[in-house]
Design a protein around this ligand. Structure first.
Ligand SMILES: [Fe+2]
Ligand SMILES: [Fe+2]
Length: 261
């Protein structure tokens, strides 16, 4: 467990202490789901005959996500001044992507989880770190962030592998808006579940700040990432601007409602 330091004995109100403990316990659960997701991603990369270095990064990510869960559990316990309960592991449902061939679905799983979700996670962690002064929280989040950057690269590196883009460009272009829509929907649900309030110094920004960073990360990192690989991202830009609905679910994206529940 994190030794009692600024996390447990610093200048923090009981309300904020409870908020941070609850938030970290929740993140511990989400990180475990990340581990489960990377078992799916690793199998997908093996089936796709991805370069062994990319498969290795993904296989390592399974254990790294479990480590992230432990980091957050330690933080939750330090802030709560009591051992936080281990999160239950719930089965995860990989996106179905109906109507596509199995290999295309594998590619979309890798792209959705790594290139999109983990890139968004990096922006979220950078936001958390930007305001954090708690040494315990900073140390934990720095370790998580350094791994998540690598996890995002799994997706980008796979797409940039020799011969891959020539085969999957059209499929990824068609899947891009539905993947962005699903990821934003997932992030929105999680943000809406956050307790109200903030404890910025302890790496818990407000819902509003997280929602703004989430949207910004898609604009500034995710969409340009696909554009730099030569994908046509015009549809993604229209979707993000709220000017075209998702072709899969028919919903239009409204940035103002992200995380509003
Ligand atoms: Fe993680
Ligand atoms: Fe990750």
């Amino acid at each position: 467990m994190t030794p009692p330091g600024d996390a447990a004995s610093g200048d923090i109100s009981e309300t904020d202490r409870a908020l941070v403990a609850t938030t970290c316990a929740r993140r511990a659960e989400l990180e475990l789901r990340g581990a489960a997701a990377f078992t799916v991603i690793t199998q997908a990369l093996i089936d796709l005959r991805a370069d062994s270095r990319i498969v290795e990064l993904s296989a390592r990510a399974i254990a790294e996500e479990i480590r992230h869960s432990e980091i957050y559990l330690e933080l939750a316990s330090a802030y709560a001044r009591a051992a936080a309960a281990r999160p239950a592991v719930a089965p995860i449902a990989a996106p179905r992507h109906p109507g596509v061939a199995d290999d295309v679905r594998r590619v979309l799983h890798v792209v959705g989880m790594c290139s999109i979700n983990e890139t968004m996670a990096c922006a979220f962690l950078e936001l958390c770190l930007a305001g954090a002064t708690s040494r315990a929280a900073r140390a934990g989040l720095r370790e998580v962030l350094s791994d998540e950057i690598r996890h995002a690269r799994i997706g980008w590196a796979y797409l940039a592998s020799p011969g891959v883009m020539a085969e999957v460009k059209g499929d990824v272009e068609r899947g891009l808006v539905p993947m962005l829509c699903a990821q934003l929907e997932g992030w929105s649900r999680q943000i809406a579940m956050l307790p109200p309030g903030e404890a910025v110094a302890h790496a818990c920004p407000s819902r509003e700040a997280i929602a703004a960073t989430t949207v910004q990360s898609v604009h500034d990192l995710v969409v340009p990432g696909f554009a730099s690989l030569g994908l046509d991202v015009a549809g993604a830009r229209l979707f993000m601007a709220g000017q075209a609905p998702c072709p899969a679910c028919g919903r239009s994206f409204e940035p103002a409602t992200l995380g509003a529940g």
